[in-house]
Design a binder for this molecule. Structure first.
Ligand SMILES: [Zn+2]
Length: 167
């Protein structure tokens, strides 16, 4: 069977998922709206607890361009979202607009997962635009399991990166 929270394959005889710690629930209850809503709330409560103190961010760079060279002159970390606010399959948009993302070629973002008292996990994330995506917003979407993707675009019209493991 699969964990109902992180979607990893698990042994049904154990009490808790070894990956995310969510309790192993044998769904013998009736599949109706009330039960589904109760279960949805249990998942949301657990997500909030499990993802508390974790954030997803982006490294941004300022460049100095001379005739022959491009040099990084500053590096800043911006936090895109607090992960406890993420809900499966919903996007949290970052407020600022990334006007400089105007490209029809592949480009890379430097994404990090920040957790209290741990060093950041950093990922190089390729974005392959299939159209002009200027004046777009950047956002984070939580998948059904405990992975997320970076999205660029706007509501109902965006491209997304590969999935990154959140924990
Ligand atoms: Zn799990």
């Amino acid at each position: 069977m699969r964990c109902l929270l992180c979607n990893k394959s698990i042994n049904p005889d154990i009490a808790k998922c070894p990956v995310c710690g969510f309790r192993v629930i044998h769904t013998t209850y009736k599949n109706n709206e009330t039960n589904n809503n109760v279960f949805k709330q249990i998942k949301i409560d657990y997500l909030e607890y499990k993802l508390s103190g974790i954030s997803v961010g982006l490294k941004v760079y300022d460049y100095a361009v001379t005739e022959n060279d491009v040099t990084i002159i500053a590096e800043n970390d911006i936090i895109l979202c607090e992960c406890k606010n993420l809900r499966p399959n919903e996007i949290i948009w970052f407020n600022d607009i990334f006007e400089e993302i105007i490209s029809d070629r592949k480009f890379a973002l430097c994404v990090f997962v920040k957790k209290q008292n741990e060093s950041n996990r950093v990922f190089k994330v390729d974005i392959m635009p299939n159209r002009n995506i200027s004046h777009s917003k950047i956002g984070v979407i939580l998948d059904n399991g405990l992975t997320f993707r970076i999205v660029i675009g706007k509501e109902n019209d965006y491209i997304s990166s590969r999935a990154i493991q959140l924990l």
